[in-house]
Design a protein around this ligand. Sequence first.
Ligand code: IPM
Ligand code: MG
Length: 372
Amino acid sequence: MKLNIAVLPGDGIGPEVTNQAVKALKAIASEFNHDFKFTTADVGAIAIDKHNDPLPEETLDLCKSTDAILFGAIGHPKYDNDPSAKVRPEQGLLKLRKELGLYANIRPVKAYQTLLDKSPLKKHIIEGTDISIYRELTGGIYFGEKQLSEDGNVASDLCAYSKAEIERIAHLAFQAAQNRSHKVTLVDKANVLETSRLWRKVVTEIAKQYKDVKLDFLFVDNAAMQMILNPKQFDVILTENMFGDIISDEASVIGGSIGLLASASVGDKYAMFEPIHGSYPQAKGKGIANPIASILSAAMLLEHFGLYNEAELVNLAVEKSLKLNISTPDINAKYDNVTTGKVGEFIEDFIYNPKDTNMNFTNIHLGQSTII
Ligand code: IPM
Ligand code: MG
């Protein structure tokens, strides 16, 4: 298959983790005879520094002319601590989502068997967890009208949803549930918010078309609690933009590290793949950032194009790396010499040689193996 992929590494650890995902995709292309072409462009704080714009025109044009986008991370502390900043790196990502119509953000959350002890949550609670979060991504409070009174003392953000916006993502969530455990949980705040009541009404109506899927509802505050108390009860979670943002960070604790959570943002025309973690500026350039979320996002990219065997090989490589403890310090208390690049190289090598499973564990960690 021929694929043109736009690579938007962005800020902080974005470039180093995205590099590892590109390595994995190049290895896949070579092993399966695909033709993947990568073109890199600026986004976020780095784009503000270089072009005065978090999403330069040429980056947007590139994204519109490619088959898929691999996104790193954006954000910089100099903007976080300056409430008066007029231009922010995050605007680049939000504009990209909006312009490309990426209305559904899919965030899989899974408790890896080998990492059960890494989560701060108890093993028996998280074991077997397998959730797919469908977060609405181009509407709601993120994109509603924003106002600040002239004296600077009153601010507001409008949260608005239309029936059509709810319907299109709801269909995707129900279809996903049909291929999973046949359950959709709508997370909302229908006891307080008008938008949430519209979500309930529209989603209840759509559920009639999916008789094999059970629909239930949870208020977001209760859902936040249930996520920690009993995450296994969830299959597909369907929710609006802001609730999805919050609940997916919370859910990442189940896997043991936010550095493991991948996502796909899809619309009718374009698709973008990005880790859910942020730019983690404190870790930039130190080789401690976990590249797995980015690599798993690349696997979601492959899946999106129907390259299931290829995606499975990447997932297998990731599982192998976790099993062998070839992991960055966020999930590896034992060895502190496993860098972002080493994890990436292991995954790459595994893709080239999946049969070579007799690698010497100790040697790998001593850096004596040919694998690293
Ligand atoms: C995410 C991030 C973004 C969001 C930020 C960087 C704007 O937190 O993708 O979850 O809030 O959507
Ligand atoms: Mg977030």
